[in-house]
Design a protein around this ligand. Structure first.
Ligand SMILES: [Zn+2]
Length: 193
């Protein structure tokens, strides 16, 4: 049952709040003229300073450009010198609900070189991430010519080559596909299937 606070009771702050910093209201500031004029965005309906948290910020900017060109110019100027400065920091700190983060584009994760054993024979397994935009069929043909042996595409991102060719592949991969950095190639040892 919820009880109303008895009159005259002392409100004790929750323990979690101890030691935390709160904004203290110190009255009107001399550097600001009152009443404060709040400008609202016609696109997202929020005060202008919240526009950057709106998922469709680009639309807000368009609206600003047409309706409040002065503000738009100031915004542009802020953006140019402050992207990694205060604005950026604020954005990272605030977080929380209502904020829709732009999805980060997946970065290439690299190339894995492993080998598989079948009896005494080994084969090399190259796992190439699709982000490298390498045509695996073409790559497999290239390997079979280069090593004069069999090579085939075994899954949507894997090529197998007869024999253990891992050592040679470090150089060959980077030479043939400049988008692959040698540091992105990992030797993952034996692959068990
Ligand atoms: Zn807006």
């Amino acid at each position: 049952m919820a009880t109303a606070e008895p009159e005259g009771s002392v409100v004790v702050p929750a323990p979690a709040a101890e030691g935390r910093q709160y904004l203290v209201y110190e009255g009107p500031r001399s550097d600001i003229s009152y009443p404060l004029k709040v400008l609202y965005c016609g696109e997202c309906s929020m005060p202008l300073e919240y526009c950057e948290y709106y998922p469709n910020y680009e639309k807000c900017k368009k609206w600003l450009e047409t309706n409040l060109p002065d503000h738009f110019e100031r915004l542009k100027a802020d953006g140019e010198d402050g992207e990694t400065g205060d604005a950026e920091k604020k954005r990272q700190k605030r977080g929380g609900k209502g904020q829709v983060k732009a999805k980060k584009k997946a970065e290439p994760q690299g190339v894995n070189l492993g080998y598989m054993k079948r009896g005494k024979k080994r084969s090399t397994v190259i796992t190439v991430l699709s982000t490298y935009e390498i045509d695996l069929k073409e790559a497999s043909r290239f390997f079979s010519q280069k090593f004069s042996c069999g090579s085939s595409v075994i899954s949507e991102d894997e090529i197998s080559i007869q024999g253990d060719k891992r050592d040679d592949l470090f150089d060959i991969l980077c030479e043939k596909w400049p988008q692959i950095d040698e540091d992105d190639i990992d030797d993952i040892g034996e692959v068990k299937k």
